[in-house]
Write a protein that binds this ligand. Structure first.
Ligand code: MV4
Length: 490
């Protein structure tokens, strides 16, 4: 087993990894920046090492300081969490060179999957379906025009080094293609210092569904079902759930997507935990978008429906152990949903709202899991992502899990800062959300609908006094709505 693990991260994910290590009796080492000296992950770890200034570039992104810290405390391995250095191939390679175990895939896999064009090539070789388009960067707008004529409009231009929706342009007609090509290339250059863009057919009104995989160093690899992540705002996930309402009645589609994810990961020489992102259209056709070579924020919903601890498996796999779970051992039970509680002002454009948490009262009871990185009296710094707590619920059905989340949100009181708790109560009490006809445009449309209603301040106050549970439609109206019954499966 691993001797001592340094966690090159902060906040709730550092705490999550420390908890797994504690249960496995492996010593944990936190690192912290100047503003994180009193953070929860520092308090919970067995040891902690300061690695520099508040700005990420001076601390959590400093490969040299993190490697030095690992050396100093005698750690043999590093868990990168998510964000920061987690998908940095150079950091994984540096760990490999220094004889430290990087708890994640090999640097070669991170590198191949980091470039979107090379990931497309790899998926194609593996037989994993991709949106029609190019697997090489385009040299000019005329090349884009030729491909767009072949695959048909709308198309989408994407940065080869892209992520988070930057350097992306949807194009409806040929006359808009040249300007869009210029815009996408220059945004890609500014954002990633790489102007390379490629083109894909635009998949209309898709669902964003991802497949969790686990692979060991002995050739074993499995998939652990899907997560539905279509509820996003500006490419930031807001609510995640598993299973996907779109897939739940179609185990054969789940199996096909799972096998496609495993095939792509195997082609990359992948090990450890990873996630294949797919777009799924209304007909049940699925298309590989990219692979996330890290543990994801939303991993707990998969843990909840499979009863498998993904972080413990990451640690065992990194230590060279065999993945003793077989595909036929994986079964899905019930429904899980996660709300990301942020220090942000939901009434003012979701602007970050850092500051001191003056009081904190958190939910509990059956089926409630809290992955928190905060405590009362802690001052949320403005330098980092303001995710405070992941509230994750489990229940037998989707309807029950939504009711449970509402109940848990109503038990939640975070004082001193603005949060998005009230926003979740509004969203989860919405009939359309309950109907589960989710797609990537759902949240934008929901905000538009809400604005149109234009409630008076008195109505808002009245609504706040009534439990969101009481505002819900009657249970008999509720069932998972699937717009398609018979899927034309590939
Ligand atoms: C697409 C697409 C439609 N067709 N690709 C946005 C982020 C990036 N990772 C991929 N994205 C998209 N790629 C094709 N061929 C639509 C999106 C997209 C999206 C995807 C997932 C979740 C939310 C989204 C919101 C807008 C656009």
């Amino acid at each position: 087993m691993l001797r001592k693990v340094l966690i090159a991260n902060r906040g709730e994910i550092a705490v999550r990894v420390i908890r797994a290590l504690r249960e496995m009796n492996i010593p944990s080492v936190a690192v912290f920046s100047d503003v994180d000296r009193h953070a929860l992950h520092v308090r919970m770890a067995d040891e902690a090492v300061g690695i520099g200034g508040a700005a990420s570039a001076d601390s959590y992104l400093r490969m040299d300081k993190i490697i030095d810290a690992a050396r100093k405390v005698g750690a043999d391995s590093i868990h990168p969490g998510y964000g920061f250095l987690s998908e940095n191939a150079a950091f994984a390679a540096l760990c490999e060179k220094e004889g430290l175990i990087f708890i994640g895939p090999p640097s070669s896999a991170i590198e191949q999957l980091g470039s979107k064009t090379s990931a497309r090539q790899l998926a194609k070789r593996a037989g994993t379906p991709i949106p029609p388009g190019t697997e090489e960067a385009l040299n000019n707008a005329n090349e884009a025009k030729a491909i767009a004529r072949e695959v048909g409009y709308p198309v989408i231009l994407k940065a080869a080094s892209g992520g988070g929706g930057k350097g992306m342009r949807r194009v409806e007609r040929e006359e808009d293609l040249e300007a869009a090509f210029r815009d996408a290339s220059s945004e890609a250059e500014r954002s990633f210092r790489d102007s390379a863009v490629y083109i894909e057919k635009f998949i209309v009104r898709p669902r964003h569904i991802e497949i969790q995989i686990l692979g060991d160093h002995h050739g074993n690899m499995i998939y652990l079902g899907e997560r539905e992540c279509s509820i996003q705002r500006r490419h930031q996930k807001v609510v995640e759930e598993a299973p996907s309402p779109f897939i739940v009645n179609h185990p054969e589609l789940r199996a096909k997507m799972g096998e496609a994810a495993v095939a792509a990961a195997k082609e990359a020489g992948y090990t450890n935990a990873g996630t294949c992102e797919f777009l799924v259209d209304i007909h049940g056709n699925f298309y590989f978008l990219e692979m996330n070579t890290r543990l994801q924020v939303e991993h707990p919903v998969t843990e909840s429906i499979t009863s498998i601890d993904l972080v413990k498996w990451q640690l065992r796999i990194a230590a060279g152990e065999k993945l003793t779970l077989k595909q036929e051992d994986i079964s899905i039970r019930g429904w899980s949903m996660e709300c990301r509680l942020y220090a942000e002002d939901a009434d003012n454009g979701f602007l970050p709202s850092p500051g001191e948490i003056t009081s904190l009262s958190l939910p509990g009871g059956p089926g409630v899991r809290l992955d928190s990185g905060v405590y009362p009296g802690w001052k949320v710094p403005l330098e980092y992502d303001p995710l405070l707590i992941k509230l994750v619920a489990w229940a037998e059905t989707r309807e029950d899990v939504v009711h449970r989340l509402i109940r848990a949100l109503e038990e939640t009181h975070i004082g001193g800062i603005r949060t998005n708790v009230e926003f979740f109560l509004d969203l989860l009490a919405d009939t359309e959300f309950l109907a589960a006809d989710l797609h990537t445009g759902f949240l934008d449309e929901w905000f538009t609908r809400r604005k149109k209603h234009e409630f008076t301040p008195a109505e808002i106050e009245a609504a706040k006094r009534v439990s969101a549970l009481a505002r819900r439609p009657k249970p008999q109206q509720v069932h998972v709505k699937s717009k398609w019954k018979e899927l034309p499966l590939r």
